[in-house]
Design a protein around this ligand. Structure first.
Ligand code: BDR
Ligand code: CA
Length: 307
């Protein structure tokens, strides 16, 4: 069974990813980062979720700021707690006594060649870990991110939230040389939980009802802020290649992240051209693929699987 470590900022769709991984994969750890809310709140949420789900999985608290700027989280989509919409239990455990950056390194060392690292919040912890311990490049099996987009963004017209939050960190991840999978908004926005799904969950047991409440809040938020009609299960999509690989199609592609201060900061530039010559004049050359980029999804099947 694939071993996975989730680096996250729960977050409604992060909560789904945690449950989805716990049910289908060997979830060896959870590390937290600022993002959907402060790292204090996302860490508490991660611990409340492991309590709700009865998971004996270590949680490590991580970075509270991006690499080189001050972050302010709005709480507009995920609410004041970072996971509004349901009463989560008070945590019965504490975070491990180790920073998330060191925790990622330790788990990668312990599970050499086996561990898939799954960043589904801003990539700051992961970039710091890659910088601190270059042997991660030998130790990790792969990195599978939720982040970026091949089309429109959600935080700016072209940038997705996780990448936009710390583009410099994203550059480190996309430049890592590790086998890399990217599922972005172009796919994840199609994977939407609708009213029927929410009603089904709300009529279930304790965990299902809790998630039903979370998704109702998230769906309503996304409707208010982004004009969407469903609750996008962005983060769980990053696990799909290791659970139900036929449901999302990935294509090898060179991806670069824009770190300039202009309009396109945080854009994931995916080069889908099929240039036959690197020497064409007046045409920017094409780099070698560094990533598998999600291009198609059987959205209803993924939603059904998650529900
Ligand atoms: C990403 O941003 C957050 O709101 C979600 O948890 C997801 O990781 C989508 O852009
Ligand atoms: Ca997230």
């Amino acid at each position: 069974m694939t071993k996975v470590l989730i680096d996250c900022d729960p977050g409604h769709d992060d909560a789904t990813a945690i449950l989805y991984a716990a049910r289908h994969l060997d979830l060896v750890g959870i590390s937290t980062v600022y993002g959907n809310q402060s790292v204090d709140k996302t860490t508490r949420n991660a611990l409340s979720l492991t309590t709700l789900l009865g998971l004996d999985v270590p949680v490590a608290r991580g970075c509270e700021q991006p690499l080189n700027r001050v972050f302010s989280h709005g709480g507009d989509v995920h609410g004041e707690t970072g996971i509004d919409g349901a009463e989560l239990p008070a945590p019965v455990s504490e975070p491990v006594d180790m920073h998330a950056v060191d925790f990622i390194i330790e788990m990668a060392s312990k599970h050499r060649g086996e561990l898939v690292l799954c960043p589904i919040g801003p990539f700051t912890n992961v970039a710091m870990a890659l910088r601190k311990e270059p042997r991660l490049k030998q130790w990790l099996r792969a990195i599978s991110v939720m982040g970026g987009t091949t089309q429109i963004g959600n935080t700016t017209p072209v940038a997705e939230f996780n990448v936009w939050s710390d583009p410099e960190a994203a550059v480190v991840v996309f430049g890592s040389g590790l086998p890399l999978w990217m599922v972005g908004l172009n796919v994840t926005r199609q994977v939407g939980i609708d009213e029927q799904d929410i009603l089904k969950l709300e009529s279930g047991g304790n965990v299902a009802r809790t998630y039903g409440g979370l998704f109702r809040f998230f769906r309503d938020s996304l409707r208010k802020v982004h004009g969407l009609s469903t609750a996008s299960m962005h983060d769980a999509c990053a696990l799909v290649p290791f659970i139900a690989p036929d449901l999302i199609t990935y294509r090898d592609c060179p991806v670069e992240v824009e770190v300039g201060e202009g309009l396109t900061r945080g854009m994931t530039v995916c080069d889908f051209r099929t240039l036959t010559s690197a020497k064409l004049e007046n045409i920017r050359g094409q780099a070698a693929p560094n990533c598998k980029v999600a291009v198609e999804v059987q959205a209803r099947a993924v939603v059904d699987h998650i529900v």
